[in-house]
Structures are given as structure tokens and as C-alpha cells.
Design a protein around this ligand. Structure first.
Ligand code: ADP
Ligand code: MG
Length: 575
């Protein structure tokens, strides 16, 4: 006669639940990933707490996650022997919206930013740690039986997702950890099939560092009684169905792109594939492994979450310690997701200790370098990918100019801006592009800060420079003005804000020269046409040049790539 108490869900939970069920209906499979991910978190938490209190692990050897099927009862049970939940934790974690991310999500819904509930897509939901509720996509009733490690009492939480849950004491012999029993809905019968679950585990949860076990195929004898009421009395032999080793400890050659992508979804809560990743082992006076991801899009609450930095998990010798993005990465790289696993830090390292550690300082320096290397590589080899990155995080990266004096030159190299030659604000160039196009007389980089694209483009200070054919970088975003206080030099060239202070126009040639050049160009047009026809596709283009003084013509690789020295060299060769 256990006493059963009934509690109402917090109003918000009901709302989240409805959103989850409706928006993820066509994406049912993800519930398993979410629940296995929670079980894995629970095992990691226990391992972490056991560092200070080894007795917590006393009654159980290996940490495992078991998937148990009962076709007759139509239930799927996900069981772990991790940290478990106390009565209060069951109420708090499964009955309220405690996560600040979810809070913000709901607040923005209320503010009408996403007025119609129908348009909430799977990606958004996934970013807010509403994982547990995804169980209701496939189940119309859920029983959660749990014992907190080190506690004597165990509890059962039950709900059918209709706004209420109940709590009652569980039998005294309930093992440590949590068992979620899902009573599957009519249309979720697929998940009663052993092969279906195995394939989902392999696809989504292969990287989970703990063994995920399922019943081994029974040797076709033993036609005895089945356990009553789905109680796993005569427990079947279990076999491990995943790799069960931390993904980042495996060698790159053993890992496929799909492995990396699945792991990304696990660490980031992002449903979309990452843009890129970098996986490295460093050995020397610091030994650590890092696996860092660049997301392809900014999380929904990315800007709001500026002061709550997460996304980089710190492990010490394979044991999860804490989310340590703040200590391990500079703020301007806060879009990076992933893990760092150190062999040298003490297992009992605290947040305070991390803040002061020289070792951590070195790891942070190395990670920063890795990310910048990776960005440079993408910028160089995959410009389209880089544009995707830039659209999502370019403004964040700009903070690096201010924040990271030591890497300022490298950050500057990664920045992209429209210029006076751009037809729209999205047509951007790098500082290197700009330098490559500088006219012969110019020895400084000119930029202009203004409030908005149109204000920048039509700025009166541009006229004199335009008349001289001088290109100007147009910085029109909000952060640019702040950043420009830190722009002094790039590639040995001074950066000059033409909106502030006077420019020595004389050294750039006169406007009349420019007008004369245009006249010359017009006059030469028929000659250019003749040459083009004569040379055919042996040349890319024939153009009138203002740069040659004595020679009649020169051969150019590509106008914008051409350095002054090269031109002079060619001139001296009489080309
Ligand atoms: P998240 O995993 O992002 O925190 P979830 O909705 O998936 O959000 O889970 C909510 C909370 O419920 C977790 O933070 C955790 O405290 C608790 N929880 C869920 N599943 C388990 C489990 N198997 N063992 C222990 N605690 C759990
Ligand atoms: Mg979760």
C-alpha cells in the first residue's frame, strides 16, 4: 500500500510538452538518442561524484545503459546505474522547466517572436535541453523508477503527459540509478523491434562512452515462462551494442564523418550537422585531446546567451568534470562546441583552480590556435563554407580584434567586409583581397565606419577617394565602431578611418587624372575590341591600364592579384 501523491506539471511544462510532441512527430527516432544521452550524463555524474566519495560506486561495478524490450506489455525500458534522482530531483527535473535556455525559449514565444506554435521546428526544440519530454512522442505513459546514489529511498514518478504526474515510494530493493519505462503508443510499435533499436543505437549513440546493452539473441531452447508483468526476473544475457569508448579517444582513421556528426549532436544539442571539426592529440608538457566543432548556424538564443557560456566539456582522463568553455576558450570563440580531455589536470579540479591554472592557460592558447587554423583553412579552401560561418558568427569573431591582442593579426585576416566596390553589403572582401587591389600610389588601408550600410555607402568622405579610384572598406555593423578603436595595422600597413581625420589626398593622385584616364579608356575601346578578337581565348581579358608610363602594354596574370613588384618586373622585361 504505497502512498501515491499527485502533482501538477508547471504550466510551462505542459506547453513544452505539446510543442515537443507536435514538432518532433515526424522525427520520432530522436527520443532514443535523448534518453540514452541522459543515461550517459547520469553515469558521468556518478563517476565524477565518486572521485570525492568512492563509496557511491561501492555496490555496482561497471556503469551501463540497458535497453529492455517487452513485446507483450508493449514497453521499452531504458535503464542506467548512474547517479539516479532523489524524490526532490524527480519533481524538479521532470516536473518543471528549470533550464534557463528553455525559459528564454518560452519567453520569446510569449513575446510573439515565434507567434505560431506550428512553425517551431525540430532544430529549435533540440537546443533547449527538453530531451526528457521527447519520450512522450512515442509513449503515452512513462514510469521513472530511480534511486539516487548513496540514498536509501527510491521513488517512482509516473505520468501520461496530461498535465499531472504522480510520486510513490519504490520497493526497497530498487537498484541505484534510473529506469524509464515507456508504454509505447499505438503508432510507435516499431520500437519494440530489436533490430530497429540496435540500428538506432549504432546511428545515434555509438559514441556513448558506456556500454549500451540489449538482450542477446536467445539460443532457441528454454521455452520457460516469461517474467510476470514485464519484470525482468530471469534476466536475459545482455550484450553490448555500441562501441562504448569515448569517441575522442579513438583514432581518426577509425572514425567516419557520420561518427563525428553524431557525436556533435550529442555535445551540442544541435539537430543540424556541424560545419567542420578538428580532432587532435597533443603530447608534450601538456597532454590532452581536443575535438572541436564549428556549428553551421547560430543557436536560437546565441546572442542572449553571451554571459552564460557553454559548449566545451572538460574531461580529465576520460572523466567528465564540467562545462568549462569560459576557462578554456576566449569569449570571441564561444560558438565552438566540443570536448577537451586532459591527462595532466587533477581529477578534483575546481572552477576556481581552473581560473588560475597555468596549464589551463596553455591549453586555452593551443585551442585558440586550433580554431584559428581551422577557420583559415576553411576560408582558403572552402569559401562558400566560410560564408556560411561568417553569416552565423562573423560579428562574434570581430570581438577577437579587441579581446585577443596576441592573435589580432590572425583574427584580422579572417574578417570580411563590403567595400566601395561591393554592389551589396553581402559582397565581402578580406583585408588581403583589399591589399591585392590597392593602387600603386596607395600605402595605407582605408576604411570607413558608419551607422548602417546606406550611411556607409553614401558617406560624403568617400567622394574624393572614389574620384581617385581608391577602394575603401565599409564597416557598417554595430560592433565595427568599437572594434575600430583597435585597428592600427595589418600586414605592415596602417589602417586609416577615413571618416575620422584627414587623408593626404595628394599622394593618391588627382581627381583630374582619374577623369583623364576614363577618357583615354573610352578612346581606346575600339583598339581593345580588336585585340580581344585577335587574341581569342589565349587571354582572359584585355583592359586599358593606367599604370604603365612608357610601355605600350603588359601581360597580367589577373589584375586584382597583381603586385606592384611583379608589374615592375614585367615592365623591366619589356612586356
Ligand atoms: P538535459 O539533459 O538537457 O538537462 P533533459 O530534459 O534531457 O534535459 O533532462 C532533464 C533533467 O532530468 C536532467 O538535467 C537530469 O537532471 C534529469 N535526468 C533525466 N534523465 C536522467 C537519468 N537517466 N538519470 C538521472 N537524471 C536524469
Ligand atoms: Mg538530456
Amino acid at each position: 500500500g504505497a502512498q501515491v501523491e499527485t502533482h501538477a506539471f508547471q504550466a510551462d511544462v505542459q506547453q513544452v510538452l505539446q510543442l515537443v510532441i507536435h514538432s518532433l512527430y515526424s522525427n520520432k527516432d530522436i527520443f532514443l538518442r535523448e534518453l540514452v544521452s541522459n543515461a550517459s550524463d547520469a553515469c558521468e555524474k556518478l563517476r565524477f561524484e565518486a572521485i570525492a566519495a568512492p563509496a557511491l560506486l561501492a555496490d555496482g561495478g561497471e556503469l551501463t545503459i540497458d535497453l529492455l524490450l517487452d513485446a507483450d506489455a508493449r514497453t521499452l525500458t531504458i535503464r542506467d546505474n548512474g547517479i539516479g534522482m532523489s524524490r526532490e530531483e524527480l519533481m524538479q527535473n521532470l516536473g518543471t522547466v528549470a533550464h534557463s535556455g528553455t525559459r528564454r525559449f518560452l519567453d520569446s514565444l510569449a513575446a510573439g517572436q515565434r507567434a505560431s506554435g506550428e512553425s517551431i521546428d525540430a532544430q529549435l526544440i533540440g537546443q533547449f535541453g527538453v530531451g526528457f519530454y521527447s519520450a512522450f512522442i512515442v509513449a503515452d505513459r512513462i514510469d521513472v523508477t530511480s534511486r539516487r546514489a548513496g540514498h536509501d529511498d527510491a521513488w517512482i514518478w509516473r505520468s501520461n503527459g496530461d498535465g499531472q504526474f504522480s510520486l510513490e515510494a519504490a520497493p526497497a530493493d530498487t537498484p541505484r540509478g534510473t529506469a524509464l519505462r515507456l508504454h509505447l503508443r499505438e503508432d510507435a510499435g516499431d520500437y519494440l523491434q530489436d533490430w530497429k533499436l540496435r540500428s538506432l543505437v549504432r546511428t545515434y549513440s555509438d559514441h556513448v562512452a558506456f556500454p549500451i546493452r540489449m538482450a542477446a539473441p536467445a539460443p532457441k531452447a528454454n521455452d520457460g515462462e516469461d517474467g510476470e508483468d514485464g519484470e525482468e526476473a530471469a534476466a536475459p544475457a545482455l550484450e553490448t551494442v555500441n562501441q562504448a569508448s569515448a569517441l575522442w579517444t579513438r583514432s581518426k582513421s577509425d572514425l567516419s564523418d557520420d561518427d563525428y556528426k553524431a557525436f556533435y549532436k550529442h555535445v551540442s544539442h544541435d539537430f543540424a550537422d556541424p560545419l567542420a571539426w578538428t580532432h587532435n592529440r597533443v603530447e608534450g608538457n601538456q597532454n590532452f585531446t581536443s575535438l572541436l566543432y564549428l556549428p553551421a548556424h547560430a543557436p536560437f538564443d546565441f546572442q542572449a546567451g553571451r554571459d552564460e557560456r557553454k559548449g566545451l566539456k572538460l574531461y580529465v582522463k576520460r572523466v567528465f568534470i564540467m562545462d568549462a568553455a569560459e576557462q578554456m576558450l576566449p569569449a570571441y570563440l564561444r560558438f565552438v562546441r566540443g570536448v577537451v580531455d586532459s591527462d595532466d589536470l587533477p581529477l578534483n579540479v575546481s572552477r576556481e583552480l581552473l581560473q588560475e591554472s597555468r596549464q589551463v592557460e596553455r591549453i586555452k592558447g593551443a585551442l585558440t590556435k586550433r580554431v584559428l587554423d581551422q577557420l583559415e583553412k576553411i576560408a582558403r579552401d572552402e569559401p562558400e563554407q566560410y560564408t556560411t560561418f561568417w553569416n552565423a558568427f562573423g560579428a562574434t569573431l570581430k570581438e577577437g580584434v579587441v579581446e585577443d591582442g596576441a592573435n589580432r593579426e590572425r583574427v584580422l585576416k579572417l574578417l570580411r567586409f563590403p567595400t566601395t566596390r561591393s554592389a551589396s553589403a553581402d559582397e565581402r572582401a578580406s583585408l588581403d583581397d583589399y591589399i591585392g587591389r590597392m593602387t600603386g600610389l596607395q600605402d595605407e588601408i582605408y576604411y570607413l565606419t558608419a551607422d548602417g550600410w546606406n550611411a556607409a555607402r553614401n558617406h560624403p568622405k568617400l567622394e574624393a577617394l572614389k574620384a581617385r579610384g581608391v577602394e575603401v572598406i565599409l564597416m557598417h555593423e554595430r560592433i565595427d565602431d568599437w572594434m575600430s578603436g583597435y585597428l592600427h595595422e595589418y600586414a605592415g600597413k596602417r589602417l586609416r578611418n577615413v571618416a575620422k581625420g584627414e587623408i593626404d589626398l595628394d599622394k593618391l593622385g588627382s581627381a583630374e587624372d582619374k577623369a583623364k584616364q576614363e577618357e583615354t579608356a573610352k578612346a581606346a575601346a575600339p583598339l581593345v575590341e580588336t585585340l580581344k578578337t585577335a587574341l581569342g581565348d589565349r587571354v582572359k581579358d584585355v583592359r586599358v591600364s593606367n599604370r604603365l608610363v612608357d610601355s605600350a602594354a603588359c601581360l597580367v596574370l589577373d589584375e586584382y592579384e597583381m603586385s606592384l613588384q611583379m608589374q615592375q618586373l614585367m615592365k623591366s622585361l619589356g612586356q
